[in-house]
Design a binder for this molecule. Sequence first.
Ligand SMILES: [Zn+2]
Length: 274
Amino acid sequence: MPEGPEIRRLADALEKQIAGSVIDSIRFGLEPLKQWEQRLIGARIKKIESHGKAMVIRLDNGLNIYSHNQLYGRWFFCNTDDYPDSKRQLRLAIDCQGKSALLYSASDISVLNNEELLLHPFLRKLGPDVLDSSTTAEQVVERLRSKKYKNRQLGGVLTDQSFVAGLGNYLRCEILFYCGLHAKVRSRELNEKKLRLLARTILALPRQSYKTAGITNQLTHANKLMKQGVTFEDARFYVFRRQGLACYRCGTIIEKNSQAGQVCFYCPLCQSLV
Ligand SMILES: [Zn+2]
């Protein structure tokens, strides 16, 4: 499942494809949404926002198209006269001045005015977005210290979108490794230095991943590995999907186990229970 950085990059690509343009034609694949088609034609696309793993297309007529890709949704960009041959279900097609943006397979799509958008059940419960430059480490420290989160295991807190928005499983594993923390640790057990390191890393790794199209490993090291012929997929992470391989820091074999319903990859030596 794409996480915050991947959705933000997708929003950037969608913005490049259609933002600033007027909608010539729009089609929804889901029956209840078809009633909107006529009202959206002629609207100008103002901008594309990502909120955690959701995307919002803002229009100049006060309406917004909300979508959440979940596991299966896929965006595809092409020229209007060159739609791909796909067996996937086309759920949203937007044509603007010869360019098109197509969303396949997603089922969580809605058209909402600005007020309804603020009340959307998914958006309303989101914590501060890790990719939003106005989100600060200080804010994250406060949340880590708060009653709501300090007694819960970090493995579960980090991917809780109400804590912060945008972290999924790969970012969770990488952040915990970077900070030398086991997934079972609770933030109330951390000293001030560790707490601050964790808060900074919760913002820094997703932001690096956004800029580098998915690298959370130390950049100089990842680049060195790739120069040596290691593939991007094998060089990009510290621990994620590296079970059975040696830890880059200490040489111990990376392990995996299940934590808060998802597979967690970790170094048994570098990541301690405080
Ligand atoms: Zn290690």
